[in-house]
Design a protein around this ligand. Structure first.
Ligand SMILES: Nc1nc2c(ncn2[C@@H]2O[C@H](COP(=O)(O)OP(=O)(O)O)[C@@H](O)[C@H]2O)c(=O)[nH]1
Ligand SMILES: [Mg+2]
Length: 484
């Protein structure tokens, strides 16, 4: 890899007299340092990236409700996939194989789902809470007497155990369900409660069946039901929390006979599902909107998956840009140390990098705006004390190395590299968040300094651990100083 200097603004932005001969003369060692320095910093940012990658993407939109809105959401997701496909064509080898086809076929399937007339009920809960018993009773007692409509012609019932969810991460019977019936034999456990919150916040209609009522004394039952209702009130309406006994245990009955003896026998009481079947029956007329909600939720999932791929790919394109810029900043500041921290910050954030990263994230703005962003970032970094902190962290590490060398601008070089990386990664985060906004809702570019500050703060914290800084300095110096 050779650094080609086609970026006059980049050099100009550094405000240095360093020119092409300098970088040429540093030649091989510059490039060598680049790889190791990048590697050292990447260690830290890699961990940072893994963490961020795993955090769920929460779009600011609420799910569409009626059919035209859901259809519009499908069209918008198609447009996003088109965009992904377009961007991937620039460098097809970087794409996850088959991703575009996969996303498209998912959407096609969902388009067909708009007319689905079979409602899907998933019964969820821990082992032995009575899921099978409930499914059986519903199939026997309830299904035969439901009055179907054009919208809903059938209900499929599937059983999903909590263990299966934990193992599978995404059990499809559960993912596909229009209705989730969570079964509990008492107050909800914490893990059940968290699962419920998950379904509800994803947009699923959740019902709670408080089963095995027969295990509680009559006078306690309504109090217990009230408690469960209270616990889930934020996510589930109280009519959707029902008390049932799917398969009550047989009871011992004592009969006192006339001759004074006592006769004992077992009596099986019949199942009591009335509250549940009543709620389910009332939901049948809402079948269409339940199906639409499922489609909307799944379209959203496709959208999130598309954005994830888009962001993965964009980040892949952004990293070499950051590395190159960080690298040039380091070499320049090393050869021509700037006297003040403010200048160091200015040297580290250059408008060309801002512009290039903006392009990767489809943010259109002018060079003037890019310069303004770079200026704002530099100012923020000084204000936040980031420049001082990173310089302070790097300086003592340099003391253990040859003094003459350390005096020669290594501090500035290392700091410039570190700060460029910080600025670049923060911008990537910032642009990534901006790109979640639907392009049609997007106003012309205007920087939101508060958000940018937040990103800087987050990324700085991720890059801070001393081990990372030390690795950077050690590796960097080994390359910069052949005699050290
Ligand atoms: N006492 C009582 N036991 C029940 C009730 N419903 C189910 N059971 C019993 O709980 C046990 C587990 O039921 P099952 O339906 O297999 O639970 P699953 O593992 O959730 O499918 C069985 O012995 C059932 O007879 C109920 O309402 N009351
Ligand atoms: Mg079972």
């Amino acid at each position: 890899m050779a650094i080609t200097l086609q970026r006059p603004i980049l050099i100009g932005g550094l405000g240095l007299t360093a020119s092409i001969w300098l970088l040429d003369s540093l030649g091989a060692s510059v490039i060598g340092l680049g790889d190791n320095l990048v590697w050292a910093i990447a260690l830290g940012s890699g961990i940072w990236w893994m963490r961020h990658r795993r955090s769920p993407v929460v779009e600011p939109t609420t799910l569409p409700k009626d059919r035209p809105a859901v259809e519009a959401a499908i069209q918008s997701a198609i447009a996003l996939i088109d965009q992904l496909e377009g961007e991937l064509q620039q460098e097809a080898s970087a794409a996850t194989p088959g991703i575009v086809d996969h996303l498209r076929s998912q959407l096609e399937h969902l388009q067909g789902e708009l007319d689905r007339s079979t409602l899907r009920l998933a019964i969820v809960g821990d082992a032995s809470v009575g899921k099978t018993a409930i499914a059986h009773q519903l199939t026997q007692q309830w299904l035969p007497q439901v009055s179907w409509s054009a919208d809903v012609t059938a209900v499929t019932i599937s059983e999903v155990s909590s263990q299966a969810i934990a193992l599978e991460d995404s059990e499809s019977a559960l993912q596909d369900a229009d209705l989730v019936l969570l079964v509990t034999p008492g107050d909800l456990t914490e893990s059940n409660y968290q699962a419920l919150v998950g379904y509800a916040t994803a947009g699923q209609r959740v019902l709670v069946a408080f089963n095995k009522q027969d295990q509680y004394p009559l006078d306690e039952r309504s109090l217990l039901l009230h408690q469960v209702r209270q616990r889930v009130a934020a996510y589930v309406q109280s009519v959707d929390v029902v008390a049932i006994a799917a398969e009550p245990a047989a009871m011992k009955v004592r009969k006192h006979l006339e001759d004074g003896t006592v006769q004992e026998s077992w009596q099986q009481s019949s199942s009591d599902l009335a509250a549940l079947t009543q709620t389910l029956t009332a939901l049948i007329p809402q079948g269409r909107s339940l199906v639409l909600a499922t489609v909307a939720r799944q379209v959203q999932q496709v959208r999130v998956a598309t954005l994830a791929e888009l962001n993965r790919y964009r980040r892949q394109r952004a990293m070499p840009l950051i590395e190159q810029a960080q690298w040039i900043a380091a070499a320049a500041a090393f050869a021509n140390p700037v006297p003040s921290l403010d200048l160091l910050a200015t040297a580290a954030v250059n408008a060309q990098l801002v512009l290039d990263l903006g392009k990767v994230y489809q943010q259109s703005f002018s060079m003037e705006q890019a310069k303004a962003v770079a200026g704002t970032m530099a100012k923020l970094m000084v204000q936040m004390g980031v420049v001082e902190l990173s310089t302070q962290a790097i300086a003592p590490l340099l003391k253990t190395h040859a003094l003459t060398f350390a005096a020669g601008g290594a501090l500035q070089g290392m700091s410039a590299a570190y700060l460029t990386r910080l600025a670049g990664l923060s911008l990537v985060d910032y642009f990534q968040a901006q790109s979640l906004v639907d392009p049609s809702d997007r106003t012309p570019f205007s920087l939101q300094p508060e958000l940018l500050k937040q990103r800087l703060n987050d990324v700085f914290r991720q890059m801070q651990p001393l081990g990372q800084v030390r690795a950077l300095v050690d590796q960097g110096l080994r390359r910069l100083a052949p005699t050290a």
